[in-house]
Design a binder for this molecule. Sequence first.
Ligand code: ZN
Ligand code: ZN
Ligand code: ZN
Length: 227
Amino acid sequence: MSLLRRENEPVFHGYFVQYACPFCRGPKDMGGYGQSLIWIATECIARGDALTSCSSCEQHFRIPGRIFANGVLHELATIAKRDEEQGADTLWSYVQSKYVATNNQRHLLQDNWYQILLDANRAGPVDVAAMPWKPGQPCPLCTDARFPIAFTYACPYCKHRVSVPQQVIDMTRGVLVACPNCMRQLSVPPSVWCPKCSRALLDYYSVLRRIAGANGVDLHQLIPEEP
Ligand SMILES: [Zn+2]
Ligand SMILES: [Zn+2]
Ligand SMILES: [Zn+2]
């Protein structure tokens, strides 16, 4: 199954914009979803662009605000401001009723939005580890404050879903987690922590990839099946 669609056409899966990584051309994540349109818009409204990473090659790239059609970011910013507390939820329902329900998603983005994304990353991946960062500010490696404080993987031996809260993961030794079903152990290495700020976990697939590497199992064995 090919997850790559026509590159110059916005393809939405729910609220996710699907696109290929500008560097390895891999799909944005294992499920074939891109980032949520709302997340991209919110980041672009706040900072001018959104910084994200590829779950295949783990390189960081920018999604510039210029991918949005003329006036769209301003429109979304105005809507979000009406209800600051529920900003994202308000945007979701607004985008749903105005663009998704009417099948007008493509009017959200420029026709050549994918080319704009490629051009913005022509100089190569963003080296987030070298980006200036002040403690107290969002870390560029883990900018998404909504990163989970617990994650779930499938036991590679019996497929039981195992949930690991981040507070049990020692920052220098990691943790051994026994599957509550088959009792076999899996090592969660300390490298699942963000190496820059050491206060947040890496993104989900980076976490799974590091667990897979530490235990000599295949990444796909750790991905839980849909509930
Ligand atoms: Zn990539
Ligand atoms: Zn098990
Ligand atoms: Zn960090």
